[in-house]
Design a binder for this molecule. Structure first.
Ligand code: FE
Ligand code: FE
Ligand code: ZN
Length: 282
């Protein structure tokens, strides 16, 4: 089964109900939301998110609640060893976020692993391990954290499968961890997305395909290995339509949620057209 959707907004007054309405308008059967602004950590009480109304709408439209993916705000940085308050803030935010994700009925929280801010790769990775151990220690939800593959911009961690596996293998409750594969990010990190079978084989050998929970389907404005992280519309970038189409329909990714995070065009969401093009069977 193909589960294809996109990033949708969650805002007052309809919140989650509005998010599902937006996804349905695009012809999506999966979607991703931030529980508040991606760049800050102010969060509205879950009681106000219209979860009951949203679930009714999902049921009416055979939209599975586990196909609602939540993305943690990108200001969270538990890799930061230089500012303990940043690390502590990230840990406490994530503890609460897992509860919000469960309340929403979602099962996956996507997280950017973090940046080591010049403390070095190993220090950063170990800090992420410590942070995740703290977050998961007393957590009683069953939400899984999907560490996102990153482009390697600045001191960003998680730009190789080896780094992600390092984190996963060192976290105690690592049955709670998985990976979100972002096509723009891995392309920018240097992986050859046009030879996706090789990429997936490498992923399987290093991390294991059973850990792959979500795919972010984006084209890239930059050449392979550019370490930039600038998303482009499907078919308009350096990855190209054919490669992305193959990924979306890859038999080994059957049943995984595929989420578009492509840019708006002239203030308009491109998702309806992009989803339609990617869905078509040739
Ligand atoms: Fe992301
Ligand atoms: Fe992404
Ligand atoms: Zn990105």
């Amino acid at each position: 089964m193909l589960y294809l959707g996109c990033h949708v907004s969650m805002k007052a007054p309809k919140y989650l109900e509005g998010s599902i309405q937006e996804a349905l308008q695009y012809g999506a059967n999966a979607c991703m939301v931030y529980t508040g602004p991606p760049s800050n950590s102010k969060r509205v009480d879950v009681e106000k998110l219209n979860i009951v109304q949203a679930k009714r709408l999902m049921e009416e439209n055979h939209f599975k609640s586990e196909n609602v993916i939540i993305h943690a705000p990108y200001i969270i940085n538990i890799a930061n060893t230089l500012k303990p308050e940043t690390y502590e803030f990230g840990v406490s935010f994530l503890k609460n976020e897992l509860k919000r994700v469960e309340a929403i009925g979602s099962t996956i929280l996507v997280l950017h692993p973090g940046s080591h801010v010049n403390a070095g790769i190993e220090a950063g990775l170990d800090s992420i391990v410590n942070g995740l151990n703290e977050v998961l220690k007393d957590d009683d939800t069953s939400v899984r954290i999907a560490l996102e593959t990153m482009a390697g911009k600045g001191s960003e961690l998680g730009s190789s499968f080896e780094q992600l596996q390092y984190i996963i293998s060192h976290v105690e409750k690592n049955d709670r961890l998985g990976v979100c594969l972002d096509t723009c990010h891995i392309h920018d990190a240097g992986y050859d997305v046009s030879d996706f079978d090789t990429v997936l084989n490498e992923f399987d050998a290093i991390i294991g395909l059973d850990r792959l929970l979500v795919v972010h389907v984006n084209d890239s404005k930059n050449e392979r290995g550019a370490h930039k992280d600038r998303h482009e519309n499907i078919g308009k970038g350096h990855i190209g339509f054919d490669s992305l189409y193959k990924i979306v329909h890859h038999e080994k990714l059957d049943g995984k949620c595929m989420i578009l995070e492509t840019p708006y065009i002239d203030g308009k969401a491109p998702y309806k057209e992009e989803i339609q093009k990617l869905k078509e069977i040739d």
